[in-house]
Design a protein around this ligand. Structure first.
Ligand code: FRU
Length: 520
C-alpha cells in the first residue's frame, strides 16, 4: 500500500493517465484512497474503479495468498475486463499488485477463471521450477466465449499467454468461468454453459489439451449458470470430506443473484449428488454474495472461499462512485460440512481467523439477560466491529423471547438492525433505515428473514462483522451465514444489544471488539 500511496501523491492522477504518462501499461500499482466513509476497512476492495468476481485464488508454497479479480481499470462500471491482483499473508492485509492479465487485443476481455500451481511441470512451461502458475480463464470475444491459459514463471505476478490458445474453442457466447482442480493426478475443469444451464467437466494431463468428460445439470438451480466450483470440503468432527458443486445463479432467496450448491461425490469424470440428499441449497442466506471462488493449493481438509459481495441486480449502481471504487469481496470464509441438524448436509461458513485485524474488546462476556447494553464506537477509527452474542439454556420451548441488535447514527437517525425471535426461530436483518442508496432492486427486499434453531443443547449464537457499508452475519458458528450491503448517509456508531422475555434458564453474554483497518 505504501508504494501506491507514494505514486498517488506524486502524480495525483488516475491509473489510466499514469500509465500513459509512464509509457507502459504493465508493472504499475494502481494507487488507492481507502479513507471514504463507505470504504470497507477489513474487506478487500480495489484501489480504484470497478471490481467483480474473485479469480485465480491460490495459496503459494511461501504462505502468500493470491487474489485476482475481474477488473475494469478504466471505469466505475463493468467492461474492459482484466485480472487485477492483490497478495496477502493473512487474507486481510492485502497488498495491491500490478494488473496480472491483460486482454490480448482491443476486442476481447479477460473473464473469470482460476489458477493452479503446476508443481510437476505437466504443462512444460516450467522446466526449472516447481512453483509455476497457470491461469485458466475465459476470453470473451465479439463472437464467442473461449477458454485460454497464461503462465507465470515469477510466482503469479506477471503472465504470458500460451501461443496455442484457445485451449477449448466454442461457437457460443455463453461458455465461461473455468475452475480447475487437481484430482488423482489429472487436471479437472468445471466450466459453465451459462444459458444452457449446464456445468461441463473436462479433464487434462497438461492443462493444454482438454477432453470433455460429462455434463451436469439440476432443475432446482436457477435461470443462469456462472462461476462453478468443484471442491472437496472437510466434514466437521471427522477426517472425511465430500465434494460440493457450487454454481452462481439467479434468482436467490431475496431476488437477484446468489450462489447455490449440491453435496456429493466426484469420481474423476462425474459429479454425483448425494443420493439421499440431492438438494440444492444457498451458500449465503441474505442477498449480497455472488461468484464465489475456493482457493487452490490449501493443505488437505481446508476449504477457504471468498465471493464478490454484491447482487447482480444493482452491482453497477452502488453509491460508492464518488469515492472512486465499486464493490468489495466478502470476508475470507472457512468452510466445512455438517450433518447435525439431521436434515442433510449444511455448509458451515465462518470468518477466516480474524485475529490479524482484531483490536481492543469494547465489551467482553457482558451479561445481557432481559436487559440492554449500548456502546458508542465513534472513536474506533476503522468504524468496523465484530460482535458475538451467545445464548445458552434455550431448552424450554414456546418462549416469546427476543434478541435485538442495532447499529445506529445518532445524528442522521439511520440504523441497521437484527432480531432473533425464539418463538419461531427466525432471524431478521433489516437495512431499510439506511438511506444512502435509492435503488428499487436494492430495496426489494431489504429486510431478510432466515430460519435458524438453537442446537440440541439449547445454545444459539448470533455474530457479525460490520464494516462501514457491509455486514456479514454468522448464526450458530456459521451454520447459517449471510452478507448484506447497506449505505448510511452518516457513519453508524452506536451499537446496542438487548434481550427480552428470555426463558428462565437462559444466559446471554455479549462480546464486542473493534477491528483494525488493514488500509492504514
Ligand atoms: C459473473 C460474470 C462471469 C464472467 C464475469 C465477467 O459475475 O458474469 O460469468 O466471467 O462476470 O466479468
Amino acid at each position: 500500500m505504501r508504494i501506491s500511496a507514494i505514486v498517488g501523491v506524486l502524480f495525483g492522477i488516475g491509473q489510466y493517465s499514469l500509465f500513459s504518462f509512464l509509457g507502459t501499461t504493465r508493472a504499475q500499482i494502481i494507487p488507492g484512497d481507502y479513507t471514504g466513509p463507505l470504504r470497507p476497512q477489513v474487506h478487500f476492495s480495489p484501489p480504484q474503479f470497478f471490481m467483480n468476481d474473485p479469480n485465480g485464488c491460490f495459496l503459494d508454497s511461501n504462505g502468500t495468498w493470491h487474489l485476482y479479480y475481474q477488473y475494469n481499470p478504466t471505469d466505475i462500471t463493468p467492461g474492459n475486463q482484466h485480472w487485477g491482483h492483490a497478495t496477502s499473508k493473512d487474507l486481510y492485509h492485502w497488498e495491491n499488485q500490478p494488473i496480472a492479465i491483460f486482454p490480448p487485443d482491443n476486442t476481447s476481455q479477460v473473464f473469470t477463471g482460476s489458477a493452479v500451481i503446476d508443481v510437476n511441470n505437466t504443462s512444460g512451461f516450467f522446466p526449472d521450477q516447481d512453483n509455476g502458475i497457470v491461469a485458466i480463464y475465459t476470453l470473451n470475444t465479439p463472437t464467442k466465449e473461449i477458454q485460454a491459459i497464461s503462465f507465470s514463471r515469477d510466482g503469479g505476478f506477471t503472465f504470458t499467454a500460451f501461443d496455442g490458445n484457445p485451449i477449448i474453442d466454442s461457437t457460443t457466447m455463453s461458455f465461461r468461468d473455468p475452475k480447475v482442480i487437481q484430482f488423482q493426478g489429472s487436471w479437472v475443469m468445471v466450466v459453465a454453459f451459462s444459458a444452457d444451464l449446464v456445468v461441463a467437466i473436462y479433464t487434462s494431463p497438461d492443462l493444454k489439451t482438454w477432453t470433455h468428460a460429462s455434463n451436469f445439470t439440476h432443475a432446482d438451480i436457477g435461470e443462469l449458470f456462472e462461476c462453478p466450483n468443484l471442491v472437496e470440503i472437510p466434514i466437521d468432527g471427522s477426517d472425511e470430506t465430500k465434494f460440493i458443486l457450487s454454481i452462481s445463479t439467479n434468482p436467490g432467496p431475496n431476488k437477484g443473484t446468489t450462489m447455490k450448491y449440491l453435496v456429493g461425490d466426484f469420481n474423476g469424470t462425474h459429479f454425483i449428488p448425494d443420493p439421499t440428499d440431492n438438494v440444492v441449497r444457498v451458500v449465503d442466506a441474505i442477498k449480497d454474495s455472488y461468484a464465489g471462488q475456493y482457493f487452490y493449493g490449501l493443505p488437505d481438509n481446508e476449504a477457504v472461499f471468498i465471493a464478490w459481495a454484491t447482487n447482480g441486480d444493482y452491482a453497477s449502481d452502488l453509491p460508492t462512485a464518488s469515492e472512486g471504487w465499486r464493490s468489495s469481496q466478502t470476508l475470507p470464509r472457512r468452510n466445512s460440512l455438517t450433518n447435525v441438524s439431521g436434515q442433510g448436509w449444511d455448509l458451515v461458513s465462518s470468518p477466516f481467523d480474524l485475529s490479524p485485524v482484531t483490536g481492543p474488546a469494547l465489551a467482553n462476556a457482558t451479561e445481557v439477560v432481559n436487559n440492554s447494553m449500548s456502546i458508542d464506537y465513534s472513536d474506533v477509527s476503522s468504524n468496523a466491529l465484530y460482535f458475538e452474542a451467545d445464548i445458552t439454556g434455550l431448552t424450554s420451548t414456546a418462549s416469546g423471547g427476543l434478541l435485538n441488535f442495532t447499529f445506529s447514527s445518532p445524528t442522521s437517525g439511520e440504523s441497521l438492525s437484527g432480531v432473533y425471535q425464539l418463538s419461531n426461530n427466525t432471524f431478521n436483518l433489516d437495512r431499510n433505515n439506511t438511506r444512502g442508496f435509492d435503488n428499487t432492486a436494492f430495496e426489494d427486499p431489504s429486510s431478510f428473514d432466515v430460519s435458524v434453531s438453537p442446537d440440541a443443547d439449547g445454545n444459539l449464537s448470533v455474530a457479525a462483522v460490520i464494516d462501514r457499508s457491509i455486514i456479514e452475519v454468522f448464526l450458530n458458528g456459521g451454520k447459517l451465514s449471510g452478507t448484506a450491503l447497506f449505505y448510511p448517509t452518516e457513519p453508524l456508531r452506536i451499537f446496542s444489544v438487548s434481550t427480552e422475555a428470555m426463558p428462565p434458564d437462559a444466559k446471554v453474554t455479549v462480546g464486542v471488539w473493534a477491528l483494525n483497518s488493514v488500509w492504514v
